[in-house]
Write a protein that binds this ligand. Structure first.
Ligand code: ZN
Length: 84
């Protein structure tokens, strides 16, 4: 299993992704880089642009809060409609 995983990784072209983007002052130090295959790397930037991981997490938390408040509003509206 481990050997097969290694072979699959060799077939893929690996890219270095900057956790803090170069365009925003991110450097080439190892702690700022992750290795990711090219397909996933492209998908990452299509989805998230040059946002940092912290910014993405913040965005997802905000979206979850919006979703929660919307379902709360819908729930309350349904209750009002049924009690009429
Ligand atoms: Zn990248």
């Amino acid at each position: 299993m481990k050997g097969r995983l290694k072979r699959n990784q060799k077939k893929r072209k690996m890219n270095k992704h900057h956790l803090r983007p170069k365009s925003r002052g991110g450097s080439k130090v190892q702690s700022n880089l992750i290795l990711i295959d090219m397909e996933r790397h492209n998908a990452w930037h299509i989805l998230w642009g040059n946002r940092t991981l912290d910014e993405i997490i913040e965005l997802l938390i905000r979206l979850r809060e919006i979703k929660k408040s919307q379902s709360y509003e819908v729930h309350n509206q349904l209750k009002l409609n049924f009690s009429d």
